[in-house]
Design a protein around this ligand. Structure first.
Ligand code: FAD
Length: 634
């Protein structure tokens, strides 16, 4: 059957990429259809119920700054929040939350169901409709044909997914969900460059059978409880609970080693490469043989369940080994496993076959986002989903793609890394991937992106009003600090020493003084018993904006020197970064380049010189030679 209505954008898959893609496209006014296997699994967390962390939290804040759902859903579902790296510089500080998985799914579903322009339909997609080199729609399992101008594919770990537990294996998308076999076959037929990756998850435990008195308690940050969304507040959070810590020991490691001969990883049953930074416990015991113990976090999966997620023992060892290894740890001697751990192998597609907008180079209108681009993690998926969804919407509006730069957003870093370098293992975000990380902080994600989001049509009036109030308050207060001067004449030495650590020798304005290490905004406001304070900027006057405004003032002042230097670097590289490479450039006939580099450039056909420079193996010398060639060609 041909479905009677046509859509602008179809999103296939209701995971973290798909939900953000569908919401973004619909927010931008495009008639959007979300096709997914099962409405009950919209926004499901396949692995641990936690959002954020270093690098990942930055992406969540950016998704939020562009009007996405992940951060606010986490505020409504988070049962433990922490600021990681709290004592380090603001660039690497990151928010992490443990979420109640039921509340999280409900928060996402509620947003999807109430989003204007968005239609949801439950069915597996088995085929894509293609005319010439253009996608025109998607076909479901029972033959319903939906048409659209653009299709965003976010099938996660489901394409030809195969679950492994020991030497047993079976086809599945993740535990309890069907695989996408027909769609995988269709994509192979289309000759999109595909390979296999794997990821894994630990067995889940019944909290009633854990002896927490033998574990160490790990409460979250409670004073204050952190908040994820720029539109969120701590009052939205449900009850906060603790996590717990236990450890593996020599006996655990002995049990794990005894299962190596039945491990699908070590016996070659699994061919896909797994995430290096989230290794299975058998991988850790094998690779770090001299390490006697590993920390295992026991994380509650929610407020209305007894299920616990033992973070650190992801495994695909046979179930009998899982049973023994769990019970070898303190507090888990009688633990009941509710669900076995497993590994899953799945198809992913080489992201170097995508344009910078995430549209596939070979099929117009077809976009890929999330785990199928070779990444791992909910946050990476959500960021890509939002990006692909908004670019699919722009394509439908016949507008140019939005391509954030590496110095503008982690989203820019993520997209650029994927399309220029590809992946050799599941890709996850780290702050170390961003060369301009001083300006890409969690705290200023809204300052970097919300205005752009508003122009694109992603930001509603309420968020825009809140953002504008904050932005105005920051600039007003910055000006005020610049206008208030203190000098040895009006500031007593004792007062200066109390607040600044030493007497001042000449005149300074408060903005200059705030740049000094150890001098806080609050301390400046207490100078000479409030002589310089002003009723306009009291916490009461700025209301709930007060803390974020002060945070921006302090960070901007303390890091201004470094940030200015970084801006200089950005400007220097920007010229060549955006230089467009002609689509018809014959790389194979550029004699100055090595054959290897010619072939790499010919294969990937980068859109800009910046993208070319980041292809692995393309040296700075080769980029100079390419520039010379381009100048001669003109
Ligand atoms: P998914 O969340 O997988 O969502 C895909 C969606 O598409 C699902 O709703 C599915 O039903 C739907 N779908 C698929 N095919 C079709 C089709 N043909 N028709 C209709 N609907 C379809 N991440 C980490 O960061 N750390 C980890 O340790 C980790 N471990 C993991 C362990 C396991 C076992 C699994 C399965 C995942 C793990 N992940 C981990 C990855 C994390 O779950 C993913 O990165 C994230 O969920 C990817 O989001 P996504 O939206 O791309 O795909």
């Amino acid at each position: 059957m041909l479905y009677p209505q046509s859509f602008d954008v179809i999103v296939v898959g209701g995971g973290h990429a798909g939900t953000e893609a569908a919401l973004a496209s619909a927010r931008m006014g495009c008639k959007t259809l979300l096709l997914t296997h099962n409405i009950e699994t919209l926004g499901q967390m396949s692995c641990n119920p936690s959002i954020g962390g270093i690098g990942k939290g930055h992406l969540v804040k950016e998704v939020d700054a562009l009007g996405g759902a992940m951060a606010i859903a986490t505020d409504e579902a988070g049962i433990q929040f922490k600021i990681l790296n709290g004592s380090k510089g603001p660039a690497v500080r990151a928010t992490r939350a443990q979420a109640d998985r039921v509340l999280y799914k409900a928060a996402i579903r509620q947003r999807l169901e109430n989003q204007p322009n968005l239609t949801i339909f439950q069915q597996a997609v088995d085929d894509l409709m293609i005319e010439g080199d253009r996608v025109t729609g998607a076909v479901t399992q029972v033959g319903i044909r939906f048409t659209a101008r653009a299709v965003v594919l976010t099938a996660g770990t489901f394409l030809d997914g195969r679950i492994h537990v020991g030497l047993n294996n079976y086809q599945a998308g993740r535990a309890g969900d069907p695989p996408a076999i027909s769609l995988s076959a269709r994509l192979k037929e289309l000759k999109l460059p595909q390979a296999r990756l794997k990821t894994g998850t630990p067995p889940r435990l019944d909290g009633r059978t854990i002896d927490f008195s033998k574990c160490e308690e790990q409460p979250g940050d409670l004073d204050p409880v952190p908040v994820f969304s720029f539109m969120g507040n701590a009052a939205m959070h449900p009850r906060q609970v603790s996590c717990w810590v236990t450890h593996t020991n020599a006996r655990t490691h002995e049990i794990i080693r005894s299962g190596f001969d039945r491990s699908p990883m070590f016996t070659g049953k699994i061919e896909g490469v797994g995430p290096r930074y989230c290794p299975s416990v058998e991988d850790k015991v094998n690779r770090f043989a001299d390490k006697e113990s590993h920390q295992i976090f026991l994380e509650p999966e929610g407020l209305t369940t007894n299920e616990y997620y033992p973070n650190g023992i992801s495994t695909s060892l046979p179930f009998d080994i899982q049973y023994e290894l769990v019970r070898s740890m303190a507090g888990l001697e009688n633990a009941h496993i509710l669900r076995p751990g497993y590994a899953i192998e799945y198809d992913y597609f080489d992201p170097r076959s995508l344009k910078a907008s995430f549209e596939t180079k070979s099929i117009a209108g077809l976009f890929f986002a999330g785990q199928i681009n070779g990444t791992t993690g909910y946050e990476e998926a959500a960021a890509q989903g939002l990006f692909a969804g908004l670019n699919a919407a722009l394509l439908c509006r016949d507008e140019a793609a939005w391509l954030p730069r590496r110095d503008e957003a982690y989203l820019g870093v993520l997209v650029d890394d994927l399309i220029s370098k590809g992946v050799t293992e599941p890709y996850r975000m780290f702050t170390s991937r961003a060369e301009f990380r001083l300006q890409l902080r969690e705290d200023n994600a809204d300052m970097r992106l919300t205005e752009t989001g508003r122009k694109l049509g992603l930001i509603d009036d309420a968020r825009w009003a809140a953002f504008s109030r904050k932005q105005d308050a920051v600039s007003r207060e910055t000006e005020r600090l610049r206008s208030i001067w203190v000098s040895p004449r009006n500031l007593a030495d004792a007062e200066s020493e109390r607040v600044l650590g030493k007497a001042i020798d000449h005149e300074y304005n408060l903005a200059d003084l705030l740049r000094r290490p150890g001098v806080s905004y609050a301390a400046l406001m207490s100078l000479d018993e409030g002589k310089f304070a002003d009723a306009d900027v009291s916490p009461a006057a700025l209301g709930e904006l007060f803390d974020p405004v002060v945070e921006q003032l302090e960070i901007a002042a303390k890091y201004s020197g470094y940030i200015e230097r970084q801006k200089g670097e950005v400007e220097r590289s920007a010229h060549y970064e955006n230089l467009r490479l002609p689509a018809d450039l014959d790389y194979l006939s550029i004699p100055a380049l090595s054959i290897e580099i010619r072939q790499k450039l010919d294969k990937q056909r980068p859109e800009t010189l910046g993208l070319a420079s980041r292809i692995s193996g393309v040296t700075p010398a080769a980029i100079s030679l390419l520039l010379v060639h381009l100048k001669k060609r003109r």
